[in-house]
Design a protein around this ligand. Structure first.
Ligand SMILES: Cc1ncc(COP(=O)(O)O)c(C=O)c1O
Length: 375
């Protein structure tokens, strides 16, 4: 076995391929086990789901309607579908997950067109959205109804709260809504140093996909509707969710995961988990914040190390838990063989290295050492 292979075997229990590749946080597993007693009514009419609905209102504001789903793609599609009719359109970035990574699901299932616009750093602006806002009232033309953003973006950048508010204002002034794909909203809020509510409802988001899976849950996402019209907009959600196969029967096991993520007083971590985590946020912070700020800190570390290597170049600024790097082509295959990751852009030779809640400093340093050896 070569030296490199030994390094790999010792160091890479975890890779940088995706924050979906990490396991489930021990506190979440404990919480799941804790509700695994007796019987509870199925399909969300249970005590845990009711408690979570109340908790979502505490966290995001009293005018919050919440629903759980299994997957992020399903949650995005259902959130959009709830507020649209087939002749409506969504204006989104050229990189939007709903546009490039959901196999056409949003268009097929909503029946509505996605209008994508260039977004050099993954972000929309009122000016870029405006390029697709036309044909209003013209029945030959789809009617823009939703502006959809992703926070943090697919390119690892983070919208400031002012940027989100500006898009919300633009949309609201034109009878449109702001949808946020928050698959990594926890990472974005941690990066912005604000609460989940300040990062979403308070800057004008109308519909949020609140991602849990990438932040340490086993597989749970939430769709949240905010504001005075939340109840009316969410009215059909429960029918659409069942029709589109996103209704969990044993809902309490999804609900309790979010409860664990949002709980103020974290359950005690066992010693093993504490060692593995090298926590960055205070131990009493809610789990969403501890996990997200830790993943962000590991990405910062990786990004700093990358910037010390002359052969590598950052493709985009590192603002959350993803590091996007222009990699010499000859490095890609040997590196992928030792520690798998996805190429974000083959043509431009951009690799995507994602950090997770469980990424350690040792993982980062081991990976960087291997890159240097291969170079
Ligand atoms: C930006 C973004 N949105 C949504 C999702 C949710 O996808 P999934 O359906 O795999 O949970 C992902 C997952 O990779 C993502 O990166």
């Amino acid at each position: 076995m070569s030296k490199i292979a030994r390094t790999f075997a010792r160091t890479f229990a975890r890779t940088f391929a995706s924050d979906n590749n990490s396991g489930v946080h021990p506190e979440v597993l404990t919480a799941i086990a804790a509700v695994n007693t007796g019987h509870q009514v199925a399909y969300g009419d249970d005590d845990v789901t009711r408690r979570l609905e109340a908790r979502f209102r505490e966290v995001f504001g009293s005018q919050t309607e919440s629903f759980l789903a299994f997957g992020g793609t399903g949650a995005n599609i259902l959130g959009l579908m709830s507020v649209m009719r087939p002749f409506h359109a969504v204006i989104c970035s050229e990189w939007a997950h709903i546009h490039v990574d959901e196999c056409g699901g949003p268009e097929k299932l909503t029946g509505s067109k996605l209008l994508d616009v260039p977004a050099p750093l993954g972000k929309l602006t009122p000016e870029s959205v405006d390029t697709q806002y036309h044909g209003i009232g013209d029945y030959h033309h789809v009617q823009p109804r939703v502006v959809a953003i992703t926070q943090n973006t697919e390119l690892g950048t983070v919208y400031t709260r002012e940027e989100v508010q500006a898009l919300a204002d633009y949309a609201h002034e034109r009878n449109m809504m702001l949808h946020m794909d928050g698959a990594r909203i926890a990472n974005a809020a941690a990066a912005l140093g604000c609460s989940l509510r300040q990062a979403t409802a308070d800057c004008g988001v109308d519909v949020l996909t609140f991602g849990g899976t990438k932040n340490g849950l086993m597989g749970a996402e939430a769709v949240l509707f905010f504001g005075p019209e939340a109840e009316q907009r969410a009215a059909d959600f429960k029918f659409l969710r069942k029709q589109h196969a996103q209704l969990a029967s044993k809902m309490r096991f999804l609900a309790v995961q979010f409860e664990a993520l949002l709980a103020e007083n974290a359950l005690p971590l066992n010693a093993l988990a504490l060692n593995a985590l090298a926590l960055n946020a205070s131990e009493s912070a809610p789990l969403w914040l501890r996990n997200a700020s830790h993943a962000n800190a590991m990405a910062q570390l990786l990004s700093q190390e990358v910037q010390k290597i002359p052969a590598l170049k950052l493709a985009y600024p590192t603002e959350a838990n993803g590091v996007f790097v222009v990699v010499p082509r000859h490095l890609i295959e040997p590196l992928q063989q030792r520690c798998f990751f996805y190429m974000w852009n083959e043509k431009q030779s951009i690799a995507r290295w994602m950090c997770s809640w469980d990424t350690t400093e040792e993982d980062v340093q081991g990976f960087v050492a291997m890159v240097k050896e291969l170079l």
